[in-house]
Design a protein around this ligand. Structure first.
Ligand code: ING
Length: 311
């Protein structure tokens, strides 16, 4: 059917520290096989889908964490995903920790088409948390220690019958992420997230509030850029640390059209009609007709907020 992409949002349950790549890939392959059996064109896996969320651990020597990274993609452990995809005509997106031949570290997501070819790569731009051990926190979140900010920007790709984009986790909290892809006509954005259900600096913040913030960002991003958004969690308790679930698919009007019900490996499927993005792109969010870029300079020129001087 023209315009329809049958998407499988493949939520991961928790991945424990001692769970090897082969076992994890076995879980992902089971989700991919279910997606294929249910007729999916595309399976979206989560952020850092091959390992536990290791940025919660402090290591003096950063090189100690290199074992959590992939030096090749596909590699021996991940090849079964590519082989099944190519053999069964299903595309997929996969989040993982990337260690480049030059020794650079990124939090990365790739887009693989129905032939099993890697046609897109995105490297997480917005790294939350901190780079040094901060004892006052109830838990550490050391993405700034182990990853570099992405150096690819926010590209989109014309594939799988539409204009596809990717981002990762904290990126969804920054409207610029969605707008840069919106300005390239994106019709479906896929993102994974590993989001702790607690706030390490505000213990009283509830898991419901964390879920609210997560949904709010994705629903706003979808509507304000007239695009589908597929948000895929790594969920549940890893080494005593709980991550929110809430994997969902959001339509261009910002409605959550389907969502996961568990905190385990769970596939959520929906027929995303990319033609449903057209009306808003041609009316309310016809960027060419309505945007006034001459008034937006601060967004690109100023990094931090500068309130007016106090009198
Ligand atoms: N995780 C969290 C996220 O952005 C976070 C970190 C949570 C930052 C809540 C700020 C507030 O969903 C990752 N991996 O980015």
């Amino acid at each position: 059917m023209p315009g329809i992409v049958k998407v499988g949002a493949a939520q991961s349950g928790p991945i424990q520290k001692d769970e090897g790549r082969q076992a994890v890939v076995g879980r992902l392959l089971a989700l991919m096989k279910e997606a294929h059996a249910r007729g999916c064109d595309l399976v979206v896996f989560t952020e850092l889908a091959l390992t536990t969320f290791f940025p919660r651990y402090y290591a003096d020597d950063r090189a100690e964490m290199d074992s959590w990274f992939e030096t090749e993609m596909p590699g021996a452990a991940t090849r079964p995903l590519f082989e099944f995809a190519a053999g069964n005509g299903i595309g997929f997106s996969l989040g993982y920790a990337e260690l480049t031949p030059e020794g650079r570290h990124f939090n990365t997501q790739i887009l693989v088409d129905k032939t099993g070819a890697v046609i897109g790569k995105y490297r997480k731009v917005h790294l939350p948390g901190h780079a040094e051990h901060e004892p006052e926190r109830t838990f550490q979140h050391l993405e700034k220690r182990y990853f570099e900010p992405g150096d690819i920007g926010f590209p989109v790709w014309r594939t799988l019958g539409g204009v596809m984009g990717m981002c990762i986790c904290n990126d969804r909290r920054w409207p610029e992420t969605f707008r840069v892809m919106g300005l390239q006509g994106v019709e479906l954005i896929m993102l994974g997230y590993n989001t702790p259900s607690g706030n390490s600096l505000k213990p009283e913040e509830s898991a419901e509030t964390r879920m609210h913030h997560s949904r709010l960002c994705m629903q706003a991003g979808a509507y304000q850029n007239a695009t589908w958004v597929v948000g895929v969690a790594k969920a549940g308790e890893e080494d005593g640390h709980h991550l929110i679930a809430g994997t969902c698919i959001i339509d261009p009007d910002g409605f959550v059209v389907t969502e996961a019900e568990t905190e385990d490996d769970e596939l959520v499927v929906y027929d995303c009609d990319l033609d449903e993005t057209k009306f808003l792109k041609e009316t309310t969010f016809n960027f060419e007709a309505h945007r006034r870029v001459e008034h937006y300079r601060l967004i690109a020129d100023r990094t931090g907020a500068k309130p007016p001087p106090e009198d």
